[in-house]
Design a protein. Structure first.
Length: 635
């Protein structure tokens, strides 16, 4: 009867009573594995994962062959982000019962988290093959998880097929729709990707992360004008922003001249494009003026993580914290200015900003649009990426325009030397684009087709991680054929072994062609550093004007096109002028060294001036407000 009562309490979600009764019963009958299992269930339901581990340890001591107990122990360890121990627990469970689906499924996800992608695929494929009679919802989950791992492996066609297998089993399974959207996006099928994302959002009771994926993808589409994009971002903020948990009163010392506590929040404190622009700032911060806190929403660190951790004054790994816990940690740390580095990109913690844990909140760097959050006070940009005027109305944040550009780049220390332009040895000009293939819109392909037609001996080299597989390679070649361009003039490359190898490929490119309406950022900096001029089209929103900002920062305004016709003209004229190409090749690296784009000390001073100005505004008014009437600031 006691077990039935305990079970009923758990099923009725009366967890406080269940925990009390369970502990009492286990103390009275310590050798009853069934009681310990019930107690572990109550502990898991209440989120007490350390207690679950201990209860499972007791079950395993009583019944070493209990595969479910090993699996449940692994699940608790996985929740605690103790991945190596969780992997061992799941492997122990599978050694006892190879068809135990929860253990195999979770093992596959752990291996994915640890970056052991081929192992993860093997585990999940075997689990699916060995369990043909599993319930429909379980098999749908396995296929969707397999797709998630296949996406990490750049196996986009296989991921699409896995998602479609999941949806055949369960047409309303949200993760399958979401993963299918990502597979379609990576294959360049953006319109269909967005359709799948909207289905996932409609089916999900809490679609904040799914809606963030949609917002990111809208930046790729010229069909969505800036006003439509802004409305969709505001809708996200209205639905998922303010939680009602924000507190208007802060304990921060309102001294306008004190040393500021600045917190940076990001999933990308690792070998990621964001780090190339963040590291110079962190390294150059004046520690007498700013105390740096990094909130890393990061599971698996790498060498860059350890480097950034050494620069920061304080480091917090917040992967295991929910948004409320993260907001509470920020408050305990007494952060004066909290800076979001991710926006609506993968792994973001924007919802924590919705709780307004810091007096002043800023978004910068990692996302090319407004967050849509009223609780985000400012967005850092510059006059080239966001010209004053209509663009200010597209943001829920007040725009602050840094005086010499909103980016500061740090090239790789052991970058390859700059070679002579390949046109000299080849006798023909080679255009190139190493941007994410999702940025290569139909309008971009149209422009490239016209440029190649004007210079019939020219070639085009395309490189991206998506081009690792044959399907996107074929799609691009077919697209050029449709534009009457011989596919033999197009070369496609996927991932290479290292960043050095990636940079060395610029030795095969004479002119880089930027994408639109979503420009490159790191790829533009890399091309310029390797002596390759970049032709960019000035768009009507931030994502399409980053190229303008970068080229203005290094004094290359002549490579900025004001229209698609200008884009074609600049590329064709440059492609026919070998002397100009030689001049760019020999001078661009030094030009960058002397430009604001690489001036880390000057950039840090500008950022610290902004921080000081917005902090003084808060100290004066008790709320974040525009430091200047036009939203601009400088040093």
């Amino acid at each position: 009867m006691d077990k039935q009562t305990l079970s009923a309490l758990i099923q009725g979600n009366r967890l406080t009573e269940a925990l009390a009764l369970g502990k009492r019963l286990c103390a009275a009958t310590p050798d009853d594995a069934t009681l310990w299992n019930l107690l572990a269930s109550a502990q898991a339901a209440s989120g007490a994962m350390e207690d679950v581990v201990r209860s499972c340890d007791r079950i395993i001591a009583l019944e070493p062959g209990n595969a479910a107990a090993h699996s449940n122990r692994g699940g608790a360890l996985y929740s605690l982000r103790r991945l190596a121990q969780a992997e061992q627990a799941f492997r122990a469970a599978l050694s006892l019962n190879p068809s135990l689906i929860p253990a195999g499924n979770n093992l596959g996800m752990i291996l994915k988290d640890l970056g052991r992608i081929p192992e993860a695929i093997d585990v999940l494929e075997k689990l699916i093959a060995d369990n043909p009679a599993a319930p429909v919802d379980v098999r749908a989950q396995l296929y969707a998880n397999l797709a998630l791992v296949q996406l990490r492996a750049n196996l986009f066609e296989q991921a699409e097929q896995s998602c479609r297998s999941a949806l055949q089993l369960d047409p309303s399974y949200v993760p399958a729709h979401n993963n299918l959207a990502q597979a379609l996006k990576e294959r360049g099928l953006l319109a269909e990707s967005i359709r799948q994302q909207r289905i996932a959002i409609r089916l999900s009771p809490d679609a904040a992360a799914l809606h963030s994926n949609l917002l990111l993808d809208l930046n790729y589409l010229s069909e969505f004008d800036a006003n439509e994009c802004a409305r969709e971002h505001r809708l996200w903020g209205e639905r998922y922003g303010a939680t009602g948990a924000s507190v208007a009163v802060y304990s921060n010392n309102p001294d306008p001249d004190k040393r500021l506590r600045v917190g940076y929040v990001s999933p990308d404190f690792r070998a990621h494009s964001v780090a190339f622009f963040l590291e110079p700032l962190l390294s150059a911060h004046n520690k007498d003026r700013v105390e740096v806190f990094c909130y890393a929403n990061l599971l698996v660190p790498d060498a860059m993580t350890h480097h950034l951790r050494g620069i920061a004054d304080q480091w917090r790994n917040v992967w295991s914290l929910d948004d409320l816990q993260l907001a509470q940690l920020v408050r305990r740390d007494g952060i004066d200015i909290l800076v979001d580095l991710a926006g609506h990109t993968s792994g973001n913690r924007v919802r924590a900003f919705g709780r307004k844990p810091a007096p002043v909140q800023i978004t910068w760097l990692g996302y090319p649009n407004t967050t849509g959050l009223r609780e985000m006070d400012y967005r850092l940009t510059d006059e080239w990426a966001d010209p004053p005027g209509a663009g200010d109305e597209l943001h829920t944040e007040t725009l602050i325009r840094l005086p010499k550009g909103f980016l500061c780049y740090k090239p790789l220390d052991d970058s390859p030397e700059v070679d002579a332009p390949p046109v000299i040895r080849n006798g023909y000009v080679t255009f190139g684009c190493f941007n994410n293939s999702a940025k290569v819109s139909d309008k971009v392909l149209d422009a490239w087709g016209r440029i190649l037609a004007e210079l019939p001996q020219s070639r085009l080299l395309l490189k991206s991680r998506q081009l690792h597989g044959p399907s996107l390679q074929k799609r691009f070649l077919d697209e050029f054929s449709r534009r009457d361009i011989d596919p033999g003039r197009i070369e496609t490359l996927g991932r290479v072994n290292s960043t050095i190898d990636h940079l060395s490929l610029y030795g095969r490119v004479d002119i880089a062609l930027d994408t639109f309406p979503y420009n490159g950022t790191t790829t533009t900096c890399e091309a310029l550093w390797m002596g390759v001029p970049v032709v960019a089209l000035a768009g009507n929103r931030h994502a399409g004007r980053v190229g303008v900002s970068l080229l203005q920062s290094v004094g290359l305004a002549e490579l900025i096109a004001g229209s698609v016709q200008d884009y074609d003209r600049i590329a064709v004229e440059l492609g026919g002028d070998t002397e100009r190409l030689i001049g760019y090749r020999s001078g661009l690296r030094n030009r960058m060294r002397n430009a604001p784009l690489l001036d880390a000390a000057g950039f840090a001073r500008d950022m610290e001036s902004v921080y000081r100005e917005v902090w003084r505004c808060w100290c004066k008014s008790g709320s974040a407000s525009s430091p200047r009437s036009n939203g601009a600031t400088g040093s």
